[in-house]
Design a protein around this ligand. Sequence first.
Ligand SMILES: *Cc1c(COP(=O)(O)O)cnc(C)c1O
Length: 421
Amino acid sequence: MSDTFDPTIAAFDPEIAALLASENRRQRDKLRMIPSENYASKAVQEACGSALNNKYSEGYPRKRYYEGQQFVDPIEELARDRIKALFGVEHANVQPYSGSPANLAVFFAFAKPGDTVMGLGLPHGGHLTHGWSVSITGAWFKSVPYSVRRDDHRVDLDEVRSLARTHRPKLIFCGGTAYPRTWDWAAFAEIAREVGALLVADIAHISGLVAAGVHPSPVGFADVITSTTHKTLRGPRGGMILTGSAHAAAVDKAVFPGLQGGPHVANIAGLAVAAREAAQPAFKVYARDVVDNAKALGEALVARGFDLVSGGTDNHLLLVDLTRKNISGKRAARALDQAGIELNYNTVPYDPRKPFDPSGVRLGTPAITTRGLKVADMAEVARWFDSAITHADDSDRLDAIAAEVAGHLRAFPAPGLVLEG
Ligand SMILES: *Cc1c(COP(=O)(O)O)cnc(C)c1O
């Protein structure tokens, strides 16, 4: 007998095992509506939990710094080839540990500290890593954020153009984390070309929708595309960078050895599996359902007197402005969580309140659509949402809604959860 630890987690570490079991039940019983979250399949999770966790593979296929890559190389090649085919790009780097390092690698590849970069401001739906002040990308680069318009909450392309002409940025980021509308890649490309900037489309939230063709693709418009792999794409935790061959070498060098050491090859195997899943006809149906569900839910909420940022949605997410309901985003999010609806509080554009207790909540349909909820279920979801907001101080009422939610969800098994009966 060796002295390695071979007992199951339940036998060796009952404390963690019990918490994991609780988390599995929590994910079973709640309407998980944080728009960046999903349920990865059992197959994806098998890959992520595989023996590849034990492997070091610095470098790229056929150019590694460690031996024993006989099976890792074809796995990374399959992941790259499937992602390239799925998005129709010439080059894919699948090694970024997550979305943030993917963006940081793009900065390292194409800009120098102090260079000017533009991105949608965080309070307007952009991401921290597009140059927001508290991020390394805002601290080490000169950031010129653009906004959405006050009246219709759409990206203000006139402002983007005039800021770009004035500040001549090296990089222009488009894409966001709380933007419910379609991105006009062509308009951004025209502005970037005019001022000699590199256009980076960050499709972290919408990559599943782009892969399925239900959101326009930035391919052919953006010079570089970054994404996470675990949001609407429904893969493992991870990031990726897609480019044409002209930028391939610069991107690869920036990821390794520029920013990272050994890639997380188990997650790369998980991404290969997820890319195969996303190429199936069923995934196209899934992505269309995600958007249809979000639209139907938005309409049901509007019918109940809720204000939506931009009035609705084109994608998987909704931002609800609760100002007229006289409840803060944080209080609403707490009440909804108790009622079995898990989402996050969020600033709304031009929010008069502070980011730690803003005016809105953000919710989305990727995870509940993976469970099979359809347009017909959205009226019910809106009713629970409304009821929880109306009775935010009535703990018994919130618990009763949570029980109803869990009951409804029993008909919609979630993939990938480990449940003991
Ligand atoms: C989620 C997200 C990221 C960051 O991804 P992490 O995996 O959390 O690091 C980057 N950009 C956008 C637009 C995102 O939504």
